[in-house]
Design a protein around this ligand. Structure first.
Ligand SMILES: [Zn+2]
Length: 312
């Protein structure tokens, strides 16, 4: 089976808490070894930016995780490759094709020139904030819940111009609508579920889901138990529940995977990336055509990135 997953924190975990443990071994939910059964595997690896880093500390942290990811590509040729252009986005025979994202615009350190620099480093998706506020705007847990700053607005325009996907996961509701107003390119919520089913500010309202659907963006299903169910007692069926709900709102062309592997507690009946096969089977047992299941597991994200990020 094919998989295109919009979010995991494996690089951050390996580069920091696990002291540089390599990708073949990986972290808790994902490794090159454990994903090797996949036929066509595209995986977004996030450089997660903790909210306590700002300015030079943020830059230093970003560079550390970025360099770690590049080291893996050197260590495992044929198994792991960083996608930077249309040619490497196409099937090159490499097992795991990685797209680098930054989870937290603090990596820009308030410097507009750094958007281009991150692009040159291979970054193709930026999650504008993490939970707190940063130079770009407020995250979902920021006290005032403000939208984007002037710097954040400019950053979105620059990302549009360069071909970096704008990600609203973790952003405040006001920030979401600012992005909707400013972004000329469809934007994504890389790892967020439906707020109607699980009332968590990290999830999307019906109206937000409608905006992303109508623009042709992406919504990645997040496996984090606290975004699946209020009581956190989640199983794979809860992922299906959110998927069915999103589909009922017209997300058949925007729904995809945003596992959050190695960044959260996942459902008790899953162990990691190897569980995607079983999840796929569950989807087939829904009232879903195989074609639709393939769209959710890979094709929707593939189409988006081909169209807006890795244009031929
Ligand atoms: Zn996250």
């Amino acid at each position: 089976m094919d998989l295109f997953d919009l979010h995991c924190d494996t690089a951050f975990e390996c580069a920091t808490r696990l002291n540089g443990r390599d990708f073949r071994e990986g972290a808790w939910h994902l490794s090159l070894e454990r994903g090797s059964y996949l036929e066509n595997w595209r995986q977004v690896f996030a450089v997660f930016m903790p909210d306590e880093y700002r300015g030079r500390d943020a830059v230093r942290h970003y560079e550390k995780v970025r360099d770690y990811i590049y080291r893996q590509a050197k260590l495992f040729p044929g198994e792991f490759e960083i996608v930077r252009n249309a040619a490497s986005f196409r099937d090159t025979g490499t097992k795991c094709r990685a797209i680098i994202s930054v989870e937290g615009g603090s990596a820009l350190a308030g410097d507009p020139a750094r958007v281009q620099l991150l692009y040159n480093n291979g970054v193709r998706l930026i999650t504008l904030t993490w939970n707190d506020s940063n130079e770009l705007g407020d995250g979902v847990r920021a006290e005032k819940g403000r939208g984007l700053t002037a710097f954040g607005r400019n950053a979105v325009r620059e990302m549009n111009r360069l071909g970096i996907a704008v990600d609203v996961s973790h952003l405040s509701d006001a920030g979401f609508y600012d992005v909707a107003e400013i972004s000329e390119v469809p934007f994504v919520a890389s790892h967020s579920n439906a707020r109607r089913l699980c009332a968590n500010a990290r999830n999307l309202t019906d109206e937000m889901i409608g905006v992303i659907n109508s623009r042709g963006g992406l919504i990645g299903l997040n496996f984090c138990v606290s975004f699946l169910r209020a009581d956190e007692n989640a199983g794979m069926t809860d992922i299906l529940r959110h998927a069915e709900y999103l589909l009922s709102l017209g997300s058949e062309n925007s729904l995809c995977m945003g596992s959050d592997f190695d960044g959260c507690d996942i459902p008790q009946d899953m162990s990691g990336i190897e569980s995607m096969e079983e999840l796929y089977e569950h989807f087939l047992r829904l009232n879903c055509s195989e074609d639709l299941v393939k769209k959710i597991f890979s094709r929707n994200a593939e189409n988006y990135f081909r169209k807006y990020i890795f244009e031929e």
